[in-house]
Design a binder for this molecule. Structure first.
Ligand code: NAP
Length: 261
């Protein structure tokens, strides 16, 4: 079944596309297919060639470097949004990072530096980007970010990233409660494991990926395309009554405590 969504009068900013496997790109593909005009931000010039390849030949797209932890970069990025679009309908936050040292060892040994980095990059930047976007967001606007079930249950080695995702989910609720009066919705998508660059830095990701698929009611993992379709629903008017929620797209894996054959 296909639902036609026309976003040709809409504009979006997608933050956090490293390459074609990025969940941010899976979301951008759905927005672009629906006719949305999309701006992109990337953390460092290292990623620009990859993004340029993805955007080659597409109309209505632009990109700008922005480290989401830099107020200066965010100010410049949203000035560009204003200049290109004159306003904003959708913001996609697809950003996460924790230092490898925080995921290799025991959670109890997390250093304050690693804690601050993980929470700052992975959770606080949702708050700061929402604040910068707020004056530009039109009624009917919508913000979506990406989270993971390690916020709710212990996933070995996820460590401080689980705490950061819990903060992101709570921040989603607080932002939704404040931005609702202006007609802006804020939700986060809890995606099952997907093979991306960020996932590669999680120790034991390969076996976690296999186990999640084996235990999921659908007998497989969800796909980036399915993340994109859920984002399209949440961002567009299809999700008009949904805000402050953590919505799962994981082939059902999170509902299982164990699977008995
Ligand atoms: P990805 O392709 O590596 O995307 C993560 C992006 O975050 C990269 O573009 C990265 O840029 C960017 N980033 C990191 N620090 C940043 C900063 N300070 N400023 C701006 N951008 C920054 O991996 P992904 O899996 O698609 O991750 C996207 C989101 O999905 C993350 O929030 C992740 O936690 C979440 N998620 C992923 C999975 C999964 O299994 N893959 C499951 C659930 C949720 P650099 O490459 O320059 O660092």
């Amino acid at each position: 079944m296909s639902v036609t969504v026309d976003l040709s009068s809409k504009t979006a900013l997608v933050m956090g596309v490293a390459n074609a496997r990025s969940l941010g790109w899976a979301i951008a593909e759905q927005l672009l297919a629906a006719g949305c005009r999309v701006g992109f931000s990337y953390q460092g010039e290292r990623l620009k060639p990859e993004l340029d390849k993805l955007l080659a030949g597409r109309e209505g797209v632009w990109s700008q470097q922005a480290d989401a932890t830099s107020e200066e970069d965010l100010t410049a990025l949203f000035a560009r949004v204003q200049q290109e679009f004159g306003g904003l309908d959708y913001l996609v936050h697809s950003i996460g990072f924790a230092p490898r040292t925080a995921m290799d060892g025991r959670f109890i040994d997390t250093t304050p530096e690693d804690w601050n980095t993980a929470l700052n990059v992975s959770a606080y930047t949702l708050v700061s980007t929402a604040r910068h976007a707020e004056p530009l967001l039109r009624g009917g606007g919508s913000i979506v970010s990406l989270t993971y079930h390690a916020s709710q249950q212990v996933v070995p080695k996820y460590n401080v990233m689980g705490v950061a995702k819990a903060a992101l989910e709570a921040a989603t609720r607080y932002l939704a409660s404040e931005m609702g009066a202006a007609g802006v919705r804020v939700n986060t998508i809890s995606a099952g494991p997907m093979r991306t660059i960020a996932a590669r830095s999680i120790p034991g990701f390969g076996s976690m990926y296999e186990k999640a698929a084996a235990s999921a009611p659908l007998g497989r993992n969800a796909t980036p395309e399915e993340v994109g379709k859920l984002a399209l629903f949440l961002l567009s008017d299809l999700g008009s009554g949904v805000t402050g929620q953590t919505v799962y797209v994981d082939a059902g894996a999170s509902i299982m405590s164990m699977k008995v054959e």
